[in-house]
Design a protein around this ligand. Structure first.
Ligand SMILES: *Cc1c(COP(=O)(O)O)cnc(C)c1O
Length: 388
């Protein structure tokens, strides 16, 4: 299956002399396939796409365009500016929600004019949206967020009580397209909060006017059918991060980063490598210097813990991660296996984003949303081993 690109790929259209130091490859067809796999689990096949934070670093416009071409009609971003940038690129019949609600003065009118839907997070926002609907003389669609345990955004128990009692009055002019809640511990199926949030969400829905409901983020989809409701709301699983930690990843990888080897040098004890002389060489070895660093989103916390791959063979990142460079001990690979000009795979089929995250002491979400702007970006298939 392949999702057609909605617009030309600028990287592919300008074949420059190949001076790229590091290449970020993004497979939009894999993103589309991941959404289809999730949609197949939805009771009615409806699966939204969360494309906040520039599509988790992959490019919100490219991701949303590919998914819209593949039939997706529900999109979520976090903040207003993301929505204003994305809305004109989406089909007219696509629905675009802002999770952060009505952000800043005048937000309601600006959203309505642009055809953007807020996720209303408190009674004040509901009142603002209803007031605008009255002024415009038409009903306005929105989602409403019921807090069931995240305690971050959404109507808490007191506000829910008031809304349940006075729904007809408070929701006049508000076309409730979706009741939303958000899970706090979905990646841990054993956490009792998952069942508690489900129970509370069901109880809230029973007291509110009938409308479609959405509870499951990526991991929530895999808690079971009861959590899926009318619209799945995944983000990170679309992009290939494992929504079922500790079990096999049901998603396809969508991102690959390869960086060029700039130098290979021999080292021996008692030399040190890199800033702070943080790596002490204990035996004769070889260090490959690779053209990616923390400015590219290769987290500094992966220094001394990360791994990169050369044609499928792993080698450890030693010493500190610099802004533009990594130092990799390739002494364990055959002589001549790694030469200047070769490519090191930093994220990809050989070293999945979840493994990169674990070695950096973080989660796949942070690795993806940290991907730097300096990479040569290519939208296309990820390919197999090294060599691009
Ligand atoms: C970010 C977010 C999502 C998507 O979460 P993933 O874990 O990336 O699937 C869904 N709903 C809300 C409210 C969010 O903030």
């Amino acid at each position: 299956m392949s999702a057609e690109l909605p617009f030309a790929n600028p990287a592919a259209a300008t074949p420059a002399p190949d001076a790229a130091a590091a290449v970020l490859t993004i497979d939009l067809a894999a993103v589309a396939e991941n959404r289809r796999r999730l949609a197949a689990l939805a009771p009615n096949g409806r699966c939204a796409a969360v494309v906040k934070a520039d599509g988790y670093g992959l490019g919100a416009q490219m991701v949303a365009g590919a998914l819209a071409a593949d039939g997706c009609r529900d999109f979520f971003v976090a903040v207003a500016d993301e929505a204003f940038a994305l809305r004109p690129t989406l089909p007219d019949d696509a629905r675009l929600y802002v999770l952060g609600g009505l952000i800043g003065p005048g937000a309601a009118a600006a959203y309505a004019a642009a055809g953007i839907r807020p996720v209303l997070n408190d009674l004040g926002e509901i009142a603002d949206w209803a007031a605008l609907a009255a002024r415009l003389g038409r009903s306005l669609p929105a989602a409403i967020h019921i807090d069931t345990g995240m305690r971050r955004l959404g109507l808490g128990p007191d506000a829910l009580e008031i809304l349940a009692i006075k729904a007809a009055e408070l929701l006049r002019g508000v076309d409730v397209a979706l009741w939303v809640s958000h899970l706090a511990c979905a990646e841990d199926p054993a956490d009792p909060l998952n069942a508690a949030q489900l129970t509370d969400f069901r109880a809230a829905l029973a007291r509110l006017p009938k409308a479609p409901a959405s509870l499951a983020n990526s991991s929530g989809v895999f808690l079971g059918a009861a959590w899926r409701f009318d619209l799945l709301r995944p983000g990170v699983a679309l992009y290939g991060v494992n929504p079922t930690p500790g079990r096999d990843n049901p998603m396809l990888p969508t991102v690959r980063v390869d960086a060029r080897v700039l130098q290979v040098r021999n080292v021996d004890s008692p030399m040190t490598v890199g800033y702070g002389a943080a790596h002490r060489v204990g035996r004769p070895s070889r260090i490959a210097t690779v053209a990616a660093g923390y400015a590219d989103g290769y987290l500094r916390s992966a220094g001394g813990r990360g791994v990169v791959c050369f044609n499928g063979a792993a080698a450890p990142v030693v010493g500190r991660v610099s802004m533009d460079l990594l130092t990799v001990d390739v002494g364990g690979l055959p002589d001549g296996a790694v030469k200047p000009g070769d490519w090191a795979q930093i994220i990809g089929p050989d070293i999945p984003v979840d493994a990169v995250a674990e070695r950096a002491g973080t989660i796949g979400y942070e690795i993806l949303t940290s991907l730097g702007r300096r990479y040569r970006r290519v939208y296309g298939p990820l390919g197999g081993g090294n060599g691009l």
